[in-house]
Design a protein around this ligand. Structure first.
Ligand code: ADP
Ligand code: MG
Length: 256
């Protein structure tokens, strides 16, 4: 990690408490964490340890109950919903385990969608150029006009990544992006994620798989809503290289 890089995310004594049916439960219990621009941070931990709750707050999709979250040095906690939506639109890209693509629409239309939130800022030809460039970055320009249900899981996740990067976000938030994919496809997706990180995007990656977190530059481990470990990943692996080492899966040959 470049230690002179600026702090892009800073959280201070962050708590998130849910009220359900008369009981209260704190999913986050006093998180303190800073992320520097350019990091590829893996958040790990058992199911239910608070990873998604934390990522949703970092992505301004949810608010903390108490504590502070500074993005780019600016406290997000006093912002209203409209202001938070603008932070998301202008600075963040999101990738989820279940792709969250619109059904019965093409890859192109899905990737174009975030641009429509800018009103008249981008005309049709500018949008087309941006969408095709994003699809090219994930190796899917030839599938632009395919409907999402005609694509494999790995291809759908690539569309979701193209949608996430269409506005050149400072931070990409990815919550278990490889959770539904086989090892090879997972490594392909992580190769794309590492490529985006090398081009300058900060990445916050939630995963509970060690072989996926091995591609991050830093690992933070959650347990019961607290950070129990935070360390640089000195043995950070290259996803493209690891992908090349996997044996090819041969389909069984038909009996003669
Ligand atoms: P992880 O992503 O690490 O699996 P989550 O952040 O999704 O964990 O959830 C952490 C804990 O908070 C879990 O016990 C979960 O049931 C609880 N939780 C998450 N969201 C809500 C909610 N909206 N209402 C009540 N409890 C919630
Ligand atoms: Mg989760």
């Amino acid at each position: 990690m470049n230690t002179t890089a600026k702090v892009i995310i800073e959280v201070k004594d962050l708590w998130k408490t849910f009220q359900t049916g008369g009981t209260t439960f704190s999913a986050l219990r006093g998180i303190n964490l800073s992320v520097h621009a350019g990091e590829l941070l893996a958040i790990m931990g058992a199911s239910g340890s608070g990873k998604s709750t934390f990522m949703n707050i970092l992505g301004c999709l949810d608010r903390p109950t108490t504590g502070q979250y500074l993005f780019n040095g600016v406290d997000t906690t006093p912002k209203n919903n409209t202001e938070l939506a603008l932070v998301r639109r202008d600075h963040f890209g999101f990738v989820f385990q279940s792709y969250n693509l619109l059904p019965r629409t093409t890859a192109f239309e899905n990737v174009e969608l975030p641009l429509l939130y800018f009103g008249f800022k981008y005309g049709i030809s500018a949008r087309k150029e941006m969408v095709m460039a994003a699809l090219k970055q994930v190796g899917l320009e030839e599938k632009a006009l395919n409907k999402t249900n005609e694509l494999s899981g790995g291809q759908q996740q690539r569309v979701a990544i193209a949608r996430a990067i269409i506005n050149n976000p400072k931070i990409i938030f990815a919550d278990e992006p490889t959770g539904n994919l086989d090892t090879r496809t997972s490594f392909d997706i992580m190769a794309i994620v590492q490529g985006l990180n090398q081009k300058g995007a900060t990445v916050v990656l939630v995963t509970h798989e060690n072989d996926i977190a091995d591609f991050a530059s830093r690992k933070v481990i959650f347990s019961d809503g607290k950070v129990i470990s935070d360390s640089p990943n000195v043995h950070c692996k290259n996803a493209e290289e690891e992908r090349a080492k996997l044996p090819e899966l041969l389909e069984p040959t038909a009996a003669k």
